[in-house]
Design a protein around this ligand. Structure first.
Ligand code: PXP
Length: 240
């Protein structure tokens, strides 16, 4: 079964709502790890709407599992990543107006830039994952960048309104996994996964890590971080 990367951005979202010091995402990461998180994921956005530079630097020193830094492929972020040295970087598209990451990266449309950024990071010993839709051309282009991983965007699967469209989206993800494996890419997935829809994605061939945020933090607000994470681990195993 895949491992669980817990995205703690929304702990910082609550803090930033008041521009105060609580709740501290560093404390959330410690609790998440004690409860069984296999990794901690944070997205340092250009507009710093939730995670701050200070958070990423402190997490680098305190995270005992692995730290996955989600970021846009900009010069500013590459510089930060090279200084902080997360365990891996996930490159994501970013638009200021979006509520959350809305679609996968267009690797096909910016192949040279992506090759360059992947090269800079991986040459420094930081493996790169590319957040993309399960689309044939994007997966092929992702393989051409030499990135070690892709993260399959599960948003369309998560938003499917009925069982039939959910099965259709799952089949698209499954085909994407087969293509990625055949191209030598390792596979993560995430976005919009919940306690109720995670299991079929966890069962996909080759799936290594699921990056999950909103549903876990939402549950943690009500029942505590430890229980929220324990229950997500159960859901991934199909035991919830
Ligand atoms: N993976 C990526 C690349 C993301 O951008 C996000 C959202 O920040 C997630 C996973 C987690 O999504 P969610 O909060 O919907 O679980």
């Amino acid at each position: 079964m895949p491992t669980l990367g817990v995205n703690i951005d929304h702990v910082a979202t609550i803090r930033q709502a008041r521009r105060t010091v609580e709740p501290d995402p560093i404390a959330a990461a410690v609790l998440a790890e004690l409860a069984g998180a296999d990794g901690i994921t944070v997205h340092l956005r250009e507009d710093r709407r939730h995670m701050q530079d200070r958070d990423v630097r402190l997490l680098r020193q305190t995270v005992r599992t692995h730290l996955n830094l989600e970021m846009a492929a900009t010069d500013e972020m590459v510089k930060i990543a090279l200084e902080v040295c997360p365990d891996y970087v996930t490159l994501v598209p970013e638009r200021r107006e979006e509520v959350t990451t809305e679609g996968g990266l267009d690797i096909v449309g910016q192949l040279e830039r992506m090759k360059q950024v992947v090269g800079m990071l991986q040459d420094a010993g930081i493996p790169v994952s590319l957040f993309i839709d399960a689309d044939r051309d994007q997966i092929e282009a992702a393989a051409a960048t030499q990135a070690l991983f892709i993260e399959l965007h599960t948003g369309q699967y998560a938003e499917a309104k009925d069982e039939q469209s959910q099965s259709k989206e799952l089949a698209i993800l499954a085909a994407g996994c087969e293509q990625a494996l055949a191209s030598g890419l390792r596979i993560n997935a995430g976005h919009g996964l919940t306690y109720w829809n995670v299991y079929p994605v966890a069962c996909l061939n080759g799936m290594e890590e699921l990056n999950i945020g909103h549903t876990i933090i939402s549950r943690a607000v009500l029942v505590g971080m430890e229980r929220a994470i324990r229950e997500m681990k159960q859901a991934i195993r199909g035991e919830l």
